[in-house]
Design a protein around this ligand. Sequence first.
Ligand code: AMP
Length: 402
Amino acid sequence: MNVLVVNCGSSSIKYSLFAMGEGGSADVLASGIVERIGEAGSRIRHEAAHATDVRDVTAPDHQTAFALVVEALTRGPAAAISELARIDAVGHRCVHGAERFAESALVDEEVIGAIEACVPLAPLHNPPNLIGIRAAMALMPDVPHVGVFDTAFHQTIRPHAFLYAIPYDLYTEHGIRRYGFHGTSHRYVSQVAAAMLDRPPAETNLITAHLGNGCSITAVRGGASVDTSLGMTPLEGLVMGTRSGDIDPAVIFHLMRTLGMNVDQVDDLLNRRSGLLGLSGVSNDMREVIRAAEAGSRRARLAIEIFCYRLKKYIGAYTAVLGRVDALVFTGGIGENSADIRGRTCAGLQRLGYVLDADRNAAAHGSRDVAAAESPIRILVIPTDEEAMIARDTARIATGGA
Ligand code: AMP
């Protein structure tokens, strides 16, 4: 069966078409992105195995953009299927499912209503996700559509780990609690890690570090998330590309009272002007920050140091949470590619059981174990594949699986 995976943002649609095979295999037939939807200069970049098609397009809205995706998939130089009817199911990446979705769900009007009800918790993300779902359902009304939620994997976290120490009514009446994100990535690498360790997931304890432009770390006990660093929104926890991560909330009062900032300015400061970018003054992109540090930038060096130090603190904390850890997993653009960041993060953690092998750590790509032979805890690098995970969930649910 063919599954189209869709990730709809406010001005973009990313998509991948998978051919699903026996045993959960998922082969990419084509993938692409429509960018600058509703703005000047819209473009589609579509790639299939044999060709790439990059074109300026007119995409005033998501509905039109979806029609362009279907056209690229079915016609032209990089077509992957002969007709729209060859798509058997559509999987939608959804950011916030709050407490309503502990698992992926077949989309119907009730599910759409529930995603709508989560909008106050994710005002920037859920509305475009919904627009994408409606646009895709209008074009493909006869196939199953499945919602896969970034928050779902973390619904196993218990109250002592997800509640903030603020008046309890704010949780019961307004849903203010930690939800966690990147769940599809943490779930994917957890499954691959258990397979690499040759252990049943239900008997595997892991710390999974997703280090991309957004960063989060999760404690996984027996295949289930028990704590994670992102909170009610994707701002808490680790240092990220442009986001501050953990901060004393009183800094916000100070910014407002003393510097006269309003709420929107503080929001912009912490979400878009902080993290690696704010610290280094160079970039939100770790590669550029590393380059600047190597060229002598003191602030870029400091940004890297703070990034790794915060990460190390969370690894220590989650080691305590789990009691026994089988493996630490690095994933995401930084986690998969930067031996330097992995090395700095693990330095000094030997007594806790994390012993890197310098040569293995520096070696090539793919899923691999970079711990020293004698390391009590394995250290794994696993390229994440959220799209394949979404495709698998979609195929399973579309064919009536639980
Ligand atoms: P992602 O959001 O998962 O695509 O990850 C993006 C982040 O990965 C950016 O900060 C990139 O700079 C970073 N990244 C990608 N390759 C490398 C690399 N070789 N070394 C350090 N950071 C990298």
